[in-house]
Design a protein around this ligand. Structure first.
Ligand code: GRF
Length: 214
């Protein structure tokens, strides 16, 4: 084997990831864009949805990414659904998972299988305003600062170790829509960066503390 060939064989494989999305898919779109611009050093190999009509699936198809719709009605328990999902991920050799507006709670078995390899984005500063209506809840509550949290997924909802948080100030003149727009724009900037960090093995987790490897 000559030197060059030797070098090549040492090259580490690019990780493959899946995005799970139930809705509009604006974060997915930002991720697709970042992949095209080579800002994420991993291959987006699969987009999965539990909603047939999710616009996220249309976005993925347009980008020629393999898609999978899993109909929850075909499974008698959430665990069965997740087992089918796991087998699809295994088939596609998925190394890590990105939740982007995925509205199902992952089973314990699923989370354990991909321990420290599932990311979620939440449109508020956790642990405040957990749940599906976080932007609205924070706005109605009257907070002056809200923001975005990206975290690893553990067995509790909106709970795992926090990777990054960034603030969005609420202005006196804000409407819900304006605030929502700023939060989404921030999400679209932050998520691809964090995905790239995970893909490159740059995140170190110790208990609840996540730090950046130098
Ligand atoms: C985002 O606000 C994200 O934080 C939350 O669900 C929303 C998904 O939006 N988890 P989209 O489908 O990516 O447009």
């Amino acid at each position: 084997m000559n030197r060059q060939a030797k070098g090549k064989s040492k090259k580490t494989k690019r990780p493959r990831f899946a995005v799970l999305a139930s809705g509009y898919g604006s974060n997915l779109q930002a991720i697709i864009h970042a992949c095209r611009k080579k800002k994420i050093r991993a291959d987006l190999a699969l987009v999965v949805s539990d909603k047939k009509q999710a616009f996220a699936l249309a976005r993925a198809r347009k980008a020629k990414i393999t898609t999978l719709y899993l109909n929850p009605r075909l499974f008698s328990t959430p665990e069965d659904f997740d087992r089918a999902l796991l087998s699809a991920l295994r088939k596609e050799k998925i190394d890590f998972i990105v939740l982007a507006g995925y509205m199902r709670i992952l089973s314990k078995n699923f989370v354990r299988t991909y321990k420290n390899r599932i990311l979620n984005i939440h449109p508020a500063l956790l642990p405040a305003f957990k749940g599906a209506q976080a932007i609205k809840d924070a706005f109605v509550y009257g907070v002056k600062q809200t923001g975005v949290t990206i975290h690893f997924v553990d067995e509790q909802v909106d709970h795992g170790p926090i990777i990054v948080q960034d603030q969005v100030a609420v202005k006196d003149t804000d409407t819900f829509n304006r605030l929502e727009g700023r939060i989404h724009r921030l999400e679209h900037r932050l998520y691809p960066k964090v995905i790239d960090l995970l893909a490159r093995g740059k995140l170190r987790i110790k208990g609840r503390k996540v730090s950046l490897k130098r």
